[in-house]
Design a protein around this ligand. Structure first.
Ligand code: NI
Length: 210
């Protein structure tokens, strides 16, 4: 029992460190430069780490959506914001590319984009945005409280930052693509430097798809 608990604790620490490192990285470099790849050793396997949990949000058509609506499907989930100049669109394109490469194998994978900036990412903004990436991409927004709750569940870091070149604010945020199982346990987390081919290979390796 104790051994199991210690093991889980170690895993949680590992993920905490990784997310911490990711945050520091983004804060130090600023999002626009975050694509400069930093070579890190692969993080420890993430299976079994407690990430996720129930949520209630609003999709790009204005429908109330909960985690239960995607039960039985694998999920590729990305948290970001539509005003993001570089990282978010790149990561969403990566999801699109991976789904395309997987072809029929991707049919039971639901891509989700959850905004960290619900003040600007309203339902109509989300509708226009997700249409740029994939016909099955679901965009989720909600009240600040709903978004805070889902971010907490997925251990997503985000904060407003003044963009010196603009009158408006931008967002610093952690950037991971989460692969969740049909029963909402974490299978994999992909980083900025993991490309679409890497995601496809990882999914095929895990599911035994050739
Ligand atoms: Ni972004």
């Amino acid at each position: 029992m104790l051994k199991k608990r210690l093991f889980r604790l170690a895993l949680l620490c590992a993920i905490g460190l990784m997310i911490g490192a990711g945050m520091g990285f983004l804060q130090l470099r600023g999002e626009k430069n975050a694509q400069v790849v930093q070579k890190d050793p692969r993080p420890a396997p993430m299976a079994g780490v407690q990430v996720g949990g129930p949520y209630t949000l609003v999709d790009q058509d204005g429908n109330t959506v909960t985690d239960k609506d995607f039960a039985g499907k694998y999920k590729l989930i990305y948290f970001g914001f539509t005003y993001c100049p570089a990282i978010c669109p790149t990561e969403l394109q990566k999801i699109t590319g991976a789904l395309k490469e997987l072809g029929a194998e991707a049919e039971n994978i639901q891509p989700l984009f959850i905004t960290i900036d619900p003040e600007r990412d309203t339902v109509p903004v989300m509708k226009d945005y997700v249409a740029l990436f994939h016909p099955r991409l679901v965009g989720l927004t909600g009240s600040r409280a709903q978004i805070d709750a889902v971010m907490k569940g997925y251990r997503v870091f985000a904060r407003k930052a003044q963009d010196p070149g603009m009158n408006d604010y931008t967002m610093d945020h952690s950037s991971f693509i989460y692969l969740m199982s049909p029963d909402d346990t974490l299978i994999s987390m992909y980083r900025v430097e993991d490309n679409a081919d890497y995601i496809v290979r990882d999914i095929k390796n895990r599911f035994g798809v050739q």
